[in-house]
Design a binder for this molecule. Structure first.
Ligand code: NDP
Length: 395
Protein backbone atom coordinates (compact mmCIF):
# COMPACT_ATOMS: atom_id res chain seq x y z
CA UNK A 1 0.00 0.00 0.00
CA UNK A 2 1.69 3.20 -1.06
CA UNK A 3 1.16 6.64 -2.50
CA UNK A 4 2.86 7.69 -5.73
CA UNK A 5 3.18 11.24 -7.05
CA UNK A 6 3.41 11.17 -10.87
CA UNK A 7 4.72 14.41 -12.42
CA UNK A 8 3.97 14.96 -16.14
CA UNK A 9 0.63 14.40 -17.89
CA UNK A 10 1.78 13.83 -21.47
CA UNK A 11 1.93 10.64 -23.53
CA UNK A 12 4.12 8.76 -21.03
CA UNK A 13 2.39 10.25 -17.97
CA UNK A 14 -0.95 8.96 -19.26
CA UNK A 15 0.38 5.42 -19.64
CA UNK A 16 2.12 5.42 -16.24
CA UNK A 17 -1.08 6.59 -14.55
CA UNK A 18 -3.18 3.92 -16.29
CA UNK A 19 -0.65 1.19 -15.45
CA UNK A 20 -0.30 2.24 -11.78
CA UNK A 21 -4.10 2.29 -11.54
CA UNK A 22 -4.11 -1.34 -12.74
CA UNK A 23 -2.02 -2.37 -9.70
CA UNK A 24 -4.01 -1.08 -6.70
CA UNK A 25 -2.34 -3.53 -4.30
CA UNK A 26 0.89 -1.51 -4.70
CA UNK A 27 -0.32 1.91 -5.88
CA UNK A 28 -3.19 2.31 -3.45
CA UNK A 29 -3.11 6.10 -3.81
CA UNK A 30 -2.20 7.98 -7.00
CA UNK A 31 -1.64 11.70 -7.44
CA UNK A 32 -1.00 13.07 -10.96
CA UNK A 33 0.50 16.57 -11.22
CA UNK A 34 1.53 18.65 -14.22
CA UNK A 35 1.72 22.16 -15.61
CA UNK A 36 -1.90 22.10 -16.86
CA UNK A 37 -4.58 20.65 -14.59
CA UNK A 38 -6.95 19.96 -17.51
CA UNK A 39 -4.45 17.44 -18.93
CA UNK A 40 -4.26 15.64 -15.57
CA UNK A 41 -8.05 15.63 -15.28
CA UNK A 42 -8.44 14.27 -18.83
CA UNK A 43 -6.24 11.28 -17.90
CA UNK A 44 -8.04 10.84 -14.56
CA UNK A 45 -11.39 10.68 -16.38
CA UNK A 46 -10.19 7.67 -18.43
CA UNK A 47 -9.60 5.53 -15.33
CA UNK A 48 -12.03 3.30 -13.50
CA UNK A 49 -10.74 4.27 -10.07
CA UNK A 50 -10.39 7.76 -8.58
CA UNK A 51 -7.03 9.55 -8.41
CA UNK A 52 -6.09 13.05 -7.25
CA UNK A 53 -4.74 15.72 -9.60
CA UNK A 54 -2.55 18.73 -8.79
CA UNK A 55 -0.95 21.68 -10.53
CA UNK A 56 2.83 22.12 -10.40
CA UNK A 57 5.56 23.90 -12.31
CA UNK A 58 8.31 21.33 -11.86
CA UNK A 59 11.01 23.75 -13.04
CA UNK A 60 10.72 25.25 -9.56
CA UNK A 61 12.09 22.95 -6.82
CA UNK A 62 10.22 24.94 -4.14
CA UNK A 63 6.87 24.26 -5.82
CA UNK A 64 7.72 20.57 -6.12
CA UNK A 65 8.84 20.38 -2.47
CA UNK A 66 5.63 22.13 -1.35
CA UNK A 67 3.57 19.65 -3.39
CA UNK A 68 5.49 16.71 -1.92
CA UNK A 69 4.83 18.03 1.60
CA UNK A 70 1.14 18.36 0.79
CA UNK A 71 0.79 14.94 -0.90
CA UNK A 72 3.22 12.95 1.31
CA UNK A 73 4.10 10.37 -1.40
CA UNK A 74 6.34 7.33 -0.91
CA UNK A 75 7.83 7.89 -4.37
CA UNK A 76 7.98 10.64 -6.98
CA UNK A 77 7.69 9.24 -10.51
CA UNK A 78 8.92 11.93 -12.89
CA UNK A 79 7.72 11.69 -16.50
CA UNK A 80 7.63 15.39 -17.39
CA UNK A 81 10.73 16.60 -19.28
CA UNK A 82 14.47 16.04 -18.71
CA UNK A 83 14.83 19.78 -17.96
CA UNK A 84 13.07 19.16 -14.63
CA UNK A 85 15.24 16.24 -13.43
CA UNK A 86 17.48 18.26 -11.12
CA UNK A 87 14.70 20.44 -9.69
CA UNK A 88 12.66 17.35 -8.80
CA UNK A 89 15.71 15.53 -7.39
CA UNK A 90 16.44 18.58 -5.21
CA UNK A 91 12.85 18.59 -3.95
CA UNK A 92 13.03 14.84 -3.20
CA UNK A 93 16.23 15.37 -1.22
CA UNK A 94 14.74 18.25 0.70
CA UNK A 95 11.64 16.29 1.63
CA UNK A 96 13.25 12.83 1.94
CA UNK A 97 11.38 10.95 -0.81
CA UNK A 98 12.54 8.37 -3.39
CA UNK A 99 12.76 9.38 -7.06
CA UNK A 100 12.42 7.69 -10.47
CA UNK A 101 12.73 9.06 -14.02
CA UNK A 102 12.98 7.91 -17.65
CA UNK A 103 15.35 10.45 -19.26
CA UNK A 104 18.61 12.03 -18.15
CA UNK A 105 19.04 15.70 -17.46
CA UNK A 106 19.81 18.14 -20.21
CA UNK A 107 20.16 21.91 -19.84
CA UNK A 108 17.58 23.80 -21.92
CA UNK A 109 20.19 26.04 -23.60
CA UNK A 110 22.65 23.26 -24.68
CA UNK A 111 21.53 20.15 -26.56
CA UNK A 112 23.68 17.87 -24.48
CA UNK A 113 22.40 14.96 -22.44
CA UNK A 114 24.55 12.96 -20.08
CA UNK A 115 24.33 11.37 -16.64
CA UNK A 116 27.11 13.43 -15.03
CA UNK A 117 24.70 16.01 -13.58
CA UNK A 118 22.52 13.36 -11.92
CA UNK A 119 25.38 11.06 -10.88
CA UNK A 120 26.71 14.02 -8.85
CA UNK A 121 23.73 13.46 -6.52
CA UNK A 122 24.92 9.97 -5.48
CA UNK A 123 26.42 11.00 -2.19
CA UNK A 124 23.60 13.33 -1.21
CA UNK A 125 20.92 10.68 -1.84
CA UNK A 126 23.01 8.09 0.05
CA UNK A 127 23.48 10.46 3.01
CA UNK A 128 19.76 11.24 3.03
CA UNK A 129 19.00 7.50 3.01
CA UNK A 130 16.94 7.78 -0.18
CA UNK A 131 17.08 6.16 -3.61
CA UNK A 132 16.95 7.69 -7.11
CA UNK A 133 16.46 5.34 -10.06
CA UNK A 134 17.48 6.85 -13.41
CA UNK A 135 16.37 6.01 -16.93
CA UNK A 136 13.60 3.50 -16.20
CA UNK A 137 11.73 3.65 -19.54
CA UNK A 138 12.41 1.32 -22.48
CA UNK A 139 15.58 2.80 -23.93
CA UNK A 140 17.09 3.72 -21.53
CA UNK A 141 15.50 1.25 -19.18
CA UNK A 142 14.46 -2.15 -20.50
CA UNK A 143 17.42 -2.21 -22.92
CA UNK A 144 19.78 -1.84 -19.91
CA UNK A 145 17.88 -4.60 -18.10
CA UNK A 146 18.09 -6.84 -21.20
CA UNK A 147 21.90 -6.41 -20.96
CA UNK A 148 21.91 -7.22 -17.22
CA UNK A 149 19.73 -10.30 -17.88
CA UNK A 150 22.04 -11.48 -20.70
CA UNK A 151 25.06 -10.98 -18.48
CA UNK A 152 23.50 -12.89 -15.59
CA UNK A 153 22.02 -15.82 -17.54
CA UNK A 154 23.63 -16.15 -20.97
CA UNK A 155 27.24 -14.93 -20.96
CA UNK A 156 30.44 -15.25 -18.98
CA UNK A 157 31.59 -12.04 -20.66
CA UNK A 158 29.80 -9.61 -22.97
CA UNK A 159 31.97 -8.06 -25.70
CA UNK A 160 29.60 -6.24 -28.06
CA UNK A 161 26.12 -4.75 -27.71
CA UNK A 162 23.93 -3.28 -30.44
CA UNK A 163 20.74 -1.68 -29.14
CA UNK A 164 18.19 -1.44 -31.95
CA UNK A 165 15.05 0.67 -31.73
CA UNK A 166 12.56 0.26 -34.57
CA UNK A 167 9.23 2.02 -34.87
CA UNK A 168 7.50 0.63 -37.94
CA UNK A 169 4.18 2.23 -37.07
CA UNK A 170 2.19 4.81 -39.00
CA UNK A 171 0.32 7.65 -37.26
CA UNK A 172 -1.07 9.13 -40.44
CA UNK A 173 0.38 12.64 -39.85
CA UNK A 174 2.76 14.30 -42.30
CA UNK A 175 5.32 14.78 -39.52
CA UNK A 176 5.12 14.06 -35.80
CA UNK A 177 7.42 12.78 -33.09
CA UNK A 178 6.53 9.88 -30.81
CA UNK A 179 7.71 11.57 -27.65
CA UNK A 180 8.02 15.23 -26.73
CA UNK A 181 8.94 16.99 -30.03
CA UNK A 182 11.47 19.36 -28.49
CA UNK A 183 13.38 16.59 -26.67
CA UNK A 184 13.08 14.22 -29.63
CA UNK A 185 14.44 16.67 -32.21
CA UNK A 186 17.30 17.75 -29.92
CA UNK A 187 18.20 14.07 -29.54
CA UNK A 188 18.05 12.93 -33.16
CA UNK A 189 19.94 15.93 -34.57
CA UNK A 190 22.98 15.30 -32.32
CA UNK A 191 26.18 13.87 -33.76
CA UNK A 192 26.28 10.07 -33.74
CA UNK A 193 28.51 8.48 -31.11
CA UNK A 194 29.51 4.97 -30.10
CA UNK A 195 32.08 3.37 -27.82
CA UNK A 196 34.81 0.99 -28.97
CA UNK A 197 37.97 -0.25 -27.28
CA UNK A 198 37.80 2.29 -24.49
CA UNK A 199 37.11 5.32 -26.70
CA UNK A 200 34.11 7.34 -27.80
CA UNK A 201 33.94 7.72 -31.58
CA UNK A 202 31.88 10.53 -33.12
CA UNK A 203 30.10 10.32 -36.49
CA UNK A 204 28.12 12.80 -38.59
CA UNK A 205 24.36 12.72 -37.83
CA UNK A 206 22.64 9.90 -39.82
CA UNK A 207 25.93 9.09 -41.64
CA UNK A 208 26.21 5.46 -40.48
CA UNK A 209 23.23 3.27 -41.35
CA UNK A 210 22.31 -0.25 -42.36
CA UNK A 211 19.32 -2.47 -42.85
CA UNK A 212 18.17 -4.97 -40.23
CA UNK A 213 15.37 -7.51 -40.54
CA UNK A 214 13.31 -6.89 -37.39
CA UNK A 215 11.11 -9.82 -36.30
CA UNK A 216 7.36 -9.17 -36.88
CA UNK A 217 8.23 -5.93 -38.67
CA UNK A 218 10.58 -6.74 -41.57
CA UNK A 219 13.71 -5.03 -42.92
CA UNK A 220 14.16 -1.41 -41.94
CA UNK A 221 16.98 1.09 -42.37
CA UNK A 222 18.45 2.01 -39.00
CA UNK A 223 20.85 4.83 -38.17
CA UNK A 224 23.66 4.99 -35.63
CA UNK A 225 22.91 7.56 -32.92
CA UNK A 226 24.18 8.55 -29.52
CA UNK A 227 21.83 7.47 -26.76
CA UNK A 228 22.12 7.91 -23.02
CA UNK A 229 22.16 4.25 -21.95
CA UNK A 230 25.53 3.84 -23.70
CA UNK A 231 27.10 6.02 -21.01
CA UNK A 232 26.00 3.88 -18.06
CA UNK A 233 26.33 0.49 -19.78
CA UNK A 234 29.96 1.23 -20.66
CA UNK A 235 30.57 1.59 -16.93
CA UNK A 236 28.44 -1.34 -15.81
CA UNK A 237 29.40 -4.14 -18.25
CA UNK A 238 32.95 -5.28 -17.47
CA UNK A 239 34.88 -6.62 -20.48
CA UNK A 240 32.76 -4.67 -23.00
CA UNK A 241 34.61 -3.87 -26.25
CA UNK A 242 31.96 -2.06 -28.30
CA UNK A 243 28.46 -0.66 -27.79
CA UNK A 244 26.29 1.12 -30.33
CA UNK A 245 22.71 2.41 -30.54
CA UNK A 246 20.59 2.31 -33.70
CA UNK A 247 17.19 3.82 -34.47
CA UNK A 248 15.03 3.44 -37.57
CA UNK A 249 13.76 6.50 -39.44
CA UNK A 250 11.61 6.56 -42.56
CA UNK A 251 12.90 8.51 -45.59
CA UNK A 252 9.87 10.78 -45.19
CA UNK A 253 10.76 11.64 -41.55
CA UNK A 254 14.36 12.38 -42.55
CA UNK A 255 13.28 14.64 -45.42
CA UNK A 256 10.99 16.66 -43.14
CA UNK A 257 13.70 16.90 -40.50
CA UNK A 258 16.28 18.09 -43.04
CA UNK A 259 13.94 20.84 -44.28
CA UNK A 260 13.15 21.95 -40.70
CA UNK A 261 16.86 22.08 -39.92
CA UNK A 262 17.70 23.91 -43.13
CA UNK A 263 15.17 26.65 -42.48
CA UNK A 264 16.34 27.06 -38.87
CA UNK A 265 13.25 25.73 -37.08
CA UNK A 266 15.26 23.27 -34.97
CA UNK A 267 17.46 26.03 -33.49
CA UNK A 268 17.48 26.20 -29.69
CA UNK A 269 18.95 29.70 -29.39
CA UNK A 270 16.45 32.57 -29.11
CA UNK A 271 15.73 34.72 -32.17
CA UNK A 272 13.91 38.05 -32.11
CA UNK A 273 10.38 37.88 -33.54
CA UNK A 274 8.14 40.93 -33.52
CA UNK A 275 10.15 42.50 -30.73
CA UNK A 276 10.38 39.46 -28.42
CA UNK A 277 12.74 36.51 -28.24
CA UNK A 278 11.42 33.09 -29.24
CA UNK A 279 13.21 29.74 -29.46
CA UNK A 280 12.40 28.30 -32.92
CA UNK A 281 12.33 24.67 -31.72
CA UNK A 282 9.86 25.60 -28.94
CA UNK A 283 7.67 27.30 -31.52
CA UNK A 284 7.89 24.19 -33.71
CA UNK A 285 6.93 22.02 -30.70
CA UNK A 286 3.85 24.17 -30.17
CA UNK A 287 2.56 23.50 -33.70
CA UNK A 288 3.46 19.79 -33.98
CA UNK A 289 1.01 17.11 -32.77
CA UNK A 290 1.34 16.16 -29.10
CA UNK A 291 2.63 12.58 -28.59
CA UNK A 292 -0.45 11.81 -26.48
CA UNK A 293 -2.69 12.69 -29.44
CA UNK A 294 -1.16 10.21 -31.89
CA UNK A 295 -2.57 6.96 -30.52
CA UNK A 296 -6.07 6.84 -31.94
CA UNK A 297 -5.21 6.08 -35.57
CA UNK A 298 -1.74 4.58 -35.08
CA UNK A 299 -1.16 1.23 -36.79
CA UNK A 300 1.89 -1.05 -36.93
CA UNK A 301 4.45 -2.18 -34.39
CA UNK A 302 7.62 -1.28 -32.56
CA UNK A 303 10.49 -3.70 -32.07
CA UNK A 304 13.19 -2.68 -29.59
CA UNK A 305 15.93 -5.03 -28.47
CA UNK A 306 19.59 -5.86 -28.00
CA UNK A 307 21.89 -7.97 -30.14
CA UNK A 308 24.71 -9.11 -27.89
CA UNK A 309 27.96 -10.95 -28.56
CA UNK A 310 30.39 -12.48 -26.10
CA UNK A 311 31.52 -15.81 -24.70
CA UNK A 312 29.84 -18.56 -22.70
CA UNK A 313 31.77 -21.60 -21.47
CA UNK A 314 34.71 -20.58 -23.65
CA UNK A 315 32.55 -20.51 -26.83
CA UNK A 316 31.55 -17.39 -28.79
CA UNK A 317 27.82 -16.65 -28.53
CA UNK A 318 25.43 -14.25 -30.27
CA UNK A 319 22.18 -13.55 -28.47
CA UNK A 320 19.18 -11.44 -29.45
CA UNK A 321 16.43 -10.25 -27.11
CA UNK A 322 13.55 -7.96 -28.07
CA UNK A 323 10.01 -6.81 -27.41
CA UNK A 324 7.37 -6.19 -30.05
CA UNK A 325 4.57 -3.78 -29.23
CA UNK A 326 1.47 -3.03 -31.29
CA UNK A 327 0.30 0.61 -31.44
CA UNK A 328 -3.40 -0.18 -31.86
CA UNK A 329 -3.40 -2.68 -28.97
CA UNK A 330 -1.80 -0.03 -26.71
CA UNK A 331 -4.49 2.46 -27.66
CA UNK A 332 -7.23 -0.05 -26.89
CA UNK A 333 -5.74 -0.66 -23.45
CA UNK A 334 -4.58 2.77 -22.25
CA UNK A 335 -5.42 5.30 -25.01
CA UNK A 336 -1.76 5.75 -26.01
CA UNK A 337 0.64 4.79 -28.82
CA UNK A 338 3.36 2.18 -28.38
CA UNK A 339 6.27 4.59 -27.78
CA UNK A 340 4.49 6.09 -24.76
CA UNK A 341 3.40 2.59 -23.71
CA UNK A 342 6.86 1.01 -23.89
CA UNK A 343 8.16 3.90 -21.74
CA UNK A 344 5.33 4.06 -19.22
CA UNK A 345 5.08 0.35 -18.42
CA UNK A 346 8.75 0.00 -17.32
CA UNK A 347 8.46 3.20 -15.27
CA UNK A 348 5.51 1.67 -13.40
CA UNK A 349 7.41 -1.63 -12.94
CA UNK A 350 10.49 0.18 -11.58
CA UNK A 351 8.27 2.09 -9.15
CA UNK A 352 6.56 -1.16 -8.10
CA UNK A 353 9.92 -2.85 -7.41
CA UNK A 354 11.07 0.14 -5.35
CA UNK A 355 7.84 0.40 -3.38
CA UNK A 356 7.76 -3.32 -2.60
CA UNK A 357 11.41 -3.30 -1.50
CA UNK A 358 12.62 -5.63 -4.28
CA UNK A 359 14.89 -2.94 -5.65
CA UNK A 360 16.13 -1.10 -2.63
CA UNK A 361 19.29 0.88 -1.88
CA UNK A 362 20.40 4.38 -0.98
CA UNK A 363 22.05 6.60 -3.58
CA UNK A 364 21.56 7.22 -7.32
CA UNK A 365 21.40 4.18 -9.63
CA UNK A 366 20.92 3.10 -13.21
CA UNK A 367 18.59 0.15 -13.68
CA UNK A 368 21.26 -2.37 -14.75
CA UNK A 369 22.79 -2.10 -11.26
CA UNK A 370 19.89 -4.11 -9.80
CA UNK A 371 18.90 -7.78 -10.12
CA UNK A 372 17.15 -8.01 -13.52
CA UNK A 373 15.07 -11.10 -12.60
CA UNK A 374 12.05 -9.47 -10.92
CA UNK A 375 11.89 -6.81 -13.66
CA UNK A 376 12.10 -9.38 -16.47
CA UNK A 377 9.37 -11.43 -14.78
CA UNK A 378 7.13 -8.36 -14.46
CA UNK A 379 7.46 -7.17 -18.08
CA UNK A 380 5.15 -9.76 -19.73
CA UNK A 381 2.69 -9.56 -16.82
CA UNK A 382 2.21 -5.85 -17.48
CA UNK A 383 2.02 -5.91 -21.27
CA UNK A 384 5.60 -6.10 -22.58
CA UNK A 385 6.48 -9.73 -23.41
CA UNK A 386 10.03 -10.40 -24.56
CA UNK A 387 11.60 -12.96 -26.89
CA UNK A 388 15.16 -14.22 -26.67
CA UNK A 389 17.21 -16.41 -28.96
CA UNK A 390 20.74 -17.62 -29.37
CA UNK A 391 21.44 -16.71 -32.98
CA UNK A 392 24.08 -16.71 -35.70
CA UNK A 393 22.79 -13.41 -36.99
CA UNK A 394 25.58 -10.90 -37.36
CA UNK A 395 25.35 -7.19 -37.76
P1 NDP B 1 4.95 14.98 -23.56
O1 NDP B 1 5.41 16.24 -24.18
O2 NDP B 1 3.78 14.27 -24.14
O3 NDP B 1 4.63 15.21 -22.00
C1 NDP B 1 5.42 15.96 -21.15
C2 NDP B 1 4.56 16.40 -19.99
O4 NDP B 1 5.37 17.10 -19.04
C3 NDP B 1 3.43 17.35 -20.40
O5 NDP B 1 2.27 17.02 -19.67
C4 NDP B 1 3.99 18.69 -19.97
O6 NDP B 1 3.04 19.67 -19.67
C5 NDP B 1 4.71 18.30 -18.70
N1 NDP B 1 5.65 19.35 -18.32
C6 NDP B 1 6.55 19.98 -19.09
N2 NDP B 1 7.21 20.91 -18.40
C7 NDP B 1 6.71 20.86 -17.14
C8 NDP B 1 6.96 21.59 -15.96
N3 NDP B 1 7.86 22.57 -15.93
N4 NDP B 1 6.24 21.29 -14.85
C9 NDP B 1 5.30 20.32 -14.87
N5 NDP B 1 5.02 19.60 -15.97
C10 NDP B 1 5.70 19.88 -17.09
O7 NDP B 1 6.23 14.01 -23.52
P2 NDP B 1 6.24 12.42 -23.36
O8 NDP B 1 5.19 12.02 -22.40
O9 NDP B 1 6.27 11.83 -24.70
O10 NDP B 1 7.68 12.19 -22.69
C11 NDP B 1 7.84 12.36 -21.29
C12 NDP B 1 9.26 11.99 -20.88
O11 NDP B 1 9.54 10.64 -21.21
C13 NDP B 1 10.36 12.82 -21.57
O12 NDP B 1 11.31 13.18 -20.63
C14 NDP B 1 10.97 11.86 -22.56
O13 NDP B 1 12.33 12.18 -22.80
C15 NDP B 1 10.84 10.56 -21.79
N6 NDP B 1 10.89 9.38 -22.67
C16 NDP B 1 11.69 8.34 -22.31
C17 NDP B 1 11.77 7.22 -23.12
C18 NDP B 1 12.56 6.02 -22.69
O14 NDP B 1 12.40 4.95 -23.29
N7 NDP B 1 13.40 6.09 -21.68
C19 NDP B 1 11.06 7.14 -24.40
C20 NDP B 1 10.14 8.25 -24.63
C21 NDP B 1 10.09 9.34 -23.80
P3 NDP B 1 2.41 20.62 -20.85
O15 NDP B 1 1.33 19.80 -21.42
O16 NDP B 1 1.98 21.80 -20.09
O17 NDP B 1 3.52 20.90 -21.82
Amino acid sequence: MSRVLIIGAGGVGGVVTHKCAQVPEVFSDIVLASRHLDKCNAIASQLNRPIRTELVDADDPRQVAALIRKVQPDLVLHVALPYQDLAIMEACLETGVDYLDTANYEPPDVAKFEYSWQWKYRERFAQRGRMALLGCGFDPGVTNIFCAHARKHHFDEIHEVDIMDCNAGSHGKAFATNFNPEINIREVTQRGRYWENGQWIDTEPFAVHRSFDFPEVGPREMFLMYHEELESLVQNIPGLRRIRFWMTFSPDYLTHLRVLQNVGLTRIDPVMYEGRPIVPLRFLKAILPEPSSLGEHYTGKTNIGCLIRGVKNGQPRTYYIYNVCDHAACYREVKAQAVSYTTGVPAMIGAKLMLTGKWCNTGVFNVEEFDPDPFMAALPLHGLPWVEKITDELL
